[in-house]
Design a protein around this ligand. Structure first.
Ligand code: AMP
Length: 296
């Protein structure tokens, strides 16, 4: 992949247990870093930073290998891999966290033994303290992008604000953005985030698409129409993989196009359980999906 930037990502690598109106799954591979990296791997070389426990199985390692994802910075620690349980309501409009077991992530100290030059650094959803630590340890990134989640906004909102002030691209979903700011107006929230430093703010709105704010402009990008949702887990992370994958190849000048890619890639994730459909992405079909997405 000549001329494209490489991506370095940190985030959770997890076993997920999911309850959806269309079926349940127990301990399937997931995590913000996992969804992100598989999505980004369709665009550019991707390396991940994280930790797994001694229960992490060969099938899971093979998945990273299949997508050529560099796991040299993934530590294997004594203990349990991060695990998370989530349940969706009848129309997928709400998700409840059933449990979050940090396991080996609780005492994780990232060691970044990579010599990637000027990577795109993605700080996927994990403790904001860890995200901030990774910023300090990676020298001269081309750009830094970050996401977060309700648990961290509940536990350490100040750290999340700190994070926002240190990144070039900040993404959050609408409910979390409202929770963090106590404001219901997404455009005002985007302005607030922009005023703290990021050049691009993306507020994800699930099936309603995404709001992109940059350069004093705000645009709304739709999702792929008629996508049947089976399991939205990982949608946000694979969306980020598409956004940063596009930027790795084309730079930051057209964030709307980047978000269109994110939206198209996420449509694969939501239409299967876990990583199942994201792993079936096909470039011709991806282009067709991209062409069905609009913005205004
Ligand atoms: P998303 O659906 O994009 O919000 O991401 C869901 C993924 O995030 C799941 O695969 C979980 O393993 C992972 N996850 C859930 N809660 C957390 C958390 N508090 N910190 C990090 N990752 C999490």
């Amino acid at each position: 992949m000549k001329d494209s930037k490489e991506i370095l990502a940190v985030g959770s690598i997890a076993y997920d247990s999911l309850k959806t109106p269309n079926g349940n799954r127990e301990r399937i591979l997931g995590g913000s870093c996992t969804y992100f990296s598989v999505a980004a791997s369709y665009y550019t070389n991707t390396s991940i930073i994280g930790v797994v426990g001694d229960d992490f199985d060969q099938k899971s390692w093979d998945l990273f290998k299949k997508y050529n994802i560099n796991t040299d910075c993934v530590e294997i620690a004594n203990g349990q891999t991060f695990s998370w349980g989530g349940e969706y309501n009848h129309n997928y409009s709400k998700r409840e966290t059933l449990f979050t077991n940090l396991g080996v992530f609780e005492h994780f100290k990232p060691k970044i033994n990579t010599n990637i030059k000027n990577p795109i650094l993605y700080l996927g959803n994990i403790q904001p303290e860890l995200q901030l630590e990774v910023i300090d340890k990676v020298s001269s990134p081309y750009l830094i992008a970050a996401d977060s989640m309700n648990l961290w906004i509940d536990l350490s909102p100040n750290k999340v604000w700190d994070l926002i002030s240190k990144v070039d691209i900040f993404m959050l979903n609408n409910e979390e953005a409202i929770q963090l700011t106590n404001n219901n107006n997404l455009e005002e929230i985007a302005d607030k985030f922009l005023s703290m430093g990021p050049k691009i703010v993306i507020i994800k709105m699930g099936g309603d698409g995404a709001l992109v704010a940059h350069n004093n402009k705000k645009n709304y990008v739709t999702v792929v129409p008629n996508t049947k949702v089976l399991d939205p887990t990982g949608a946000g992370d694979s969306f980020a993989g598409g956004v940063l994958g596009y930027i790795a190849n084309h730079g930051m000048d057209d964030p709307i196009k980047a978000v269109i890619h994110g939206s198209a890639v996420a449509s694969y994730t939501v239409s299967g359980f876990g990583l199942e459909n994201l792993c079936q992405l096909n470039q011709t079909e991806l282009t067709q999906k991209i062409n069905q997405i609009n913005f205004k």
